[in-house]
Design a protein around this ligand. Sequence first.
Ligand SMILES: NC(=O)c1ccc[n+]([C@@H]2O[C@H](COP(=O)([O-])OP(=O)(O)OC[C@H]3O[C@@H](n4cnc5c(N)ncnc54)[C@H](OP(=O)(O)O)[C@@H]3O)[C@@H](O)[C@H]2O)c1
Length: 325
Amino acid sequence: MRIIVLGAGAIGSLYGAKLAGTNDVTLVGRPDHVRAIQQTGLRIEGIEAQTVRVGAITRVGKLEPNTLILLTTKVPAIATALEPVAPFVRDDTTVVALQNGLNSEAVVRKALRGHGVVLRGISQFGAIFERAGVIRYMASGYTLLENHARSQRIASVLNAAGLDCRIPADMTTEVWRKLVFNCVVNPITTIIGGEVGEIVDPRLTRLKKLVIDECLTVAAAEGVSLDTALMAEINAAYAGSHNIVSMRQDLLHGRVTEIDYLNGAVVTLGQTQGLDCPINDALTRIIKGMEATSRNVRSGKFTRNTGETALAKPQTPAAVHPVRE
Ligand SMILES: NC(=O)c1ccc[n+]([C@@H]2O[C@H](COP(=O)([O-])OP(=O)(O)OC[C@H]3O[C@@H](n4cnc5c(N)ncnc54)[C@H](OP(=O)(O)O)[C@@H]3O)[C@@H](O)[C@H]2O)c1
């Protein structure tokens, strides 16, 4: 299959590396990452180690018939990433949106003005962008793909590459399930400036419960019924992890986070249902405040006189417990 991975960072490069063995794969990424891949190949480290020769470019110039685009930018980058691609999208082009959170597929459809087929995906793999040309493979998992006439063929291709693709009966419930995990672990561990595993701290139990309860209430109003053992599942999934959530990594690098598509999206949806979500709203506002501070610090508008803050030097996640977000 002809596959373009648009936004080849951590997860996109991992998928591209796995798919490159038996498919015609091209990674589309930032210049330094692309240059490194062109010069020495894409290096995968972590739970699997290999160097993969795969095509890499910085901009799409055309799309062949029946191309699969795996869209793996963060949500705020979707529109800009698709802008140069949109004119080439054909009816036989399929775009799989692999972002966390709510509404990425709607953002994609808007950017493509209804062209092509857009499918929602969820990745339960875990990867970190180590440096240009090098990805750290943190956790193996599976891929969920929305059901559609084209899904079975895509699933076969992903399965052949070891990406364990499942087509669930109810994708919406799966999206919400992962959303709740992310609404808990991303903002809370970012605000406390901690590792992922610190989410199990009993002092955070009441906060986690409030976040989960609001999410479940909005989900129910949307007709989505989630089981109520989520707190225990979250604790079990993240206990012992020394990883750092992507939200905190984004702030450490002065980037905008995905908060608007996580807790912020729950708040917005709640408003349309007449449901107040004060805890998710507060977490969203705190993270947006931290985004502004983070960017100001990066742009040199402010200086800090303390070394150890939530914005201290990014830690390299060495000896990291396998975890996915
Ligand atoms: N990493 C994981 O383990 C994981 C697991 C499951 C789901 N996800 C979800 O997958 C999505 C991607 O996550 P990620 O961790 O892979 O993020 P990431 O490492 O930041 O990868 C995204 C890459 O896309 C690049 N990019 C953005 N705009 C581009 C453009 N116009 N052209 C070319 N490249 C562009 C980014 O470059 P810049 O950084 O320079 O903008 C970055 O290298 C997120 O929604 C995340 O929630 C991630």
